[in-house]
Design a protein around this ligand. Structure first.
Ligand SMILES: Nc1ncnc2c1ncn2[C@@H]1O[C@H](COP(=O)(O)OP(=O)(O)O)[C@@H](O)[C@H]1O
Ligand SMILES: C=C(OP(=O)(O)O)C(=O)O
Length: 326
C-alpha cells in the first residue's frame, strides 16, 4: 500500500520528513498550484536525505495545475467577515481574467473546498463586488468553484509544461492530473510526458468533478491510478452524496483491476489536534476495506501541527484494515 504526505511549510524540515518516513510514509506530493518544482528544490533535498536515512526510495508525485480554478497569491491571509463586502479582481483579491469576466450577479463562489462562500452582488469588467455569506480566514491560492460555470480551460498550463520538463531531473515518479474530464485529458498528458522523454512516469487521474465522475469508466484504462479527490468532488455534489460516489468509483476501479487512491480530510482534525476523531479513523479503515491502494494526507502534513503523528495514525489504521482485507 502507498502512503503519501503533501509537502508544505509544516513538514519541509528533514527531521519532520524523517519522522513521516519512519511512521510509514512511502512518498510525497508537491502541489504545483502553490509553487513550481524548481522553487522547492530545498524541500526536495530534505526529503531525499530523510528518505535515505530511513533506507526508503520514495515516490515523488507532482500535482499539476491543470484546469483548476484558484484565487491569486495573497501577501498574507485575510479575514472575510460574514455580511461584509469583498472585491474580486482589480483593487481586491486577484483572479485570472477568464474567471473575472465570467462572473455574473447572483452567482455563488465556493472558496477553499467550500469552507468560505461568497455571492456576487455586482459584476463589472475588471472586478466583482461580492458579499461574504460564509466567512473565515482566506489564504493564498485557495481553490474556487463556481457552480454552473463551465470554462474552456487547457489540460496543461504553461507552468505545467515547464514543470514536466523539469520532472526527470527532480526524480518525479508520478504526475497527478487535476479535474480530468475524459480519457482524452489523460491521453494528452501521456503524449506530453513521452515527448519530454519521461513516458514511464505514472499518471494519477484526479476525479474531482461530475464530468470526471461520469467519464470514469473511460478514464480508468488510460490511467495508472485513479484518485478520488474528495475535496473538490465534495463541492460538485451535496456532501451527503459524496460517500456513495466514493464507493461507486472504488467499485469500478476494483472491477477493472485499477489501483485507486483516496484523498482529502482523512485526518482533517489533526491539523489542530494530536489525536484524530473516531469518524476519521473509521473513514480510513473503510476506504482500505473498499480496496484503496493508496492514501494521501493534504493539509494535515502541508499545513498542520502534527504531520508525523498524523502519518502514523494513517498508516496504523490502514494496516489494521489490510489485515482484515487479506
Ligand atoms: N508548496 C506549498 N507551499 C506552501 N503552502 C502549501 C504548499 N502546498 C500546500 N500548502 C498549504 O497546505 C494546504 C493544503 O495543501 P493542498 O491540499 O496541497 O492544497 P489545496 O487544498 O490548496 O489544493 C494548502 O492550501 C496550502 O495552504
Ligand atoms: C486533493 C485534492 O485536490 P487539491 O489538494 O489540489 O485541492 C482534492 O480536491 O481532494
Amino acid at each position: 500500500m502507498e502512503f503519501y504526505g503533501t509537502l508544505g511549510s509544516a513538514c519541509e524540515s528533514e527531521k519532520t520528513l524523517e519522522e513521516m518516513f519512519r511512521t510509514g510514509m512511502t512518498g510525497v506530493r508537491v502541489n504545483l498550484s502553490h509553487q513550481d518544482l524548481d522553487d522547492r528544490e530545498e524541500w526536495l533535498e530534505n526529503m531525499r536525505r530523510a528518505a535515505k536515512r530511513c533506507d526508503i526510495k520514495p515516490e515523488l508525485l507532482v500535482d499539476l495545475q491543470g484546469p483548476e480554478l484558484r484565487i491569486g497569491k495573497l501577501k498574507k491571509p485575510i479575514i472575510l467577515e460574514e455580511g461584509k463586502k469583498v472585491i474580486l479582481g482589480k483593487g481586491g483579491i486577484k483572479l485570472s481574467k477568464q474567471i473575472r469576466t465570467s462572473l455574473e450577479k447572483g452567482q455563488e463562489i465556493l472558496v477553499d473546498d467550500g469552507k468560505l462562500l461568497l455571492k456576487v452582488k455586482k459584476a463589472k469588467e475588471n472586478y466583482a463586488e461580492c458579499i461574504v455569506v460564509r466567512g473565515g480566514v482566506l489564504k493564498s491560492k485557495k481553490s474556487i468553484t463556481i457552480p454552473g460555470l463551465e470554462l474552456e480551460l487547457p489540460t496543461l498550463t504553461k507552468a505545467d509544461m515547464a514543470n514536466i520538463h523539469n520532472a526527470q531531473e527532480a526524480g518525479v515518479t508520478g504526475v497527478m492530473l487535476p479535474f480530468v474530464r475524459g480519457a482524452q485529458d489523460v491521453i494528452n498528458l501521456r503524449k506530453t510526458l513521452q515527448a519530454e522523454g519521461v513516458g514511464d512516469i505514472r499518471i494519477f487521474a484526479k476525479i474531482e468533478n461530475l464530468a470526471g465522475y461520469e467519464a470514469v469508466d473511460e478514464i480508468i484504462p488510460e490511467s495508472d491510478m485513479i484518485v478520488i479527490a474528495r475535496g473538490d468532488l465534495g463541492m460538485a455534489v451535496p456532501l451527503w452524496e459524496l460517500p456513495a460516489i466514493q464507493k461507486d468509483i472504488s467499485e469500478r476501479c476494483k472491477k477493472a483491476g485499477k489501483p485507486f487512491m483516496v484523498v482529502t480530510q482523512l485526518l482533517h482534525s489533526m491539523e489542530e489536534a494530536m489525536v484524530p476523531t473516531r469518524a476519521e479513523v473509521s473513514d480510513i479503515y473503510n476506504a482500505v476495506l473498499d480496496g484503496a491502494d493508496a492514501l494521501m494526507l493534504t493539509g494535515e502534513t502541508a499545513a498542520g501541527n502534527y504531520p508525523g503523528i498524523a502519518m502514523g495514525y494513517l498508516v496504523q489504521t490502514a494496516n489494521q484494515a489490510l489485515q482484515k482485507r487479506k
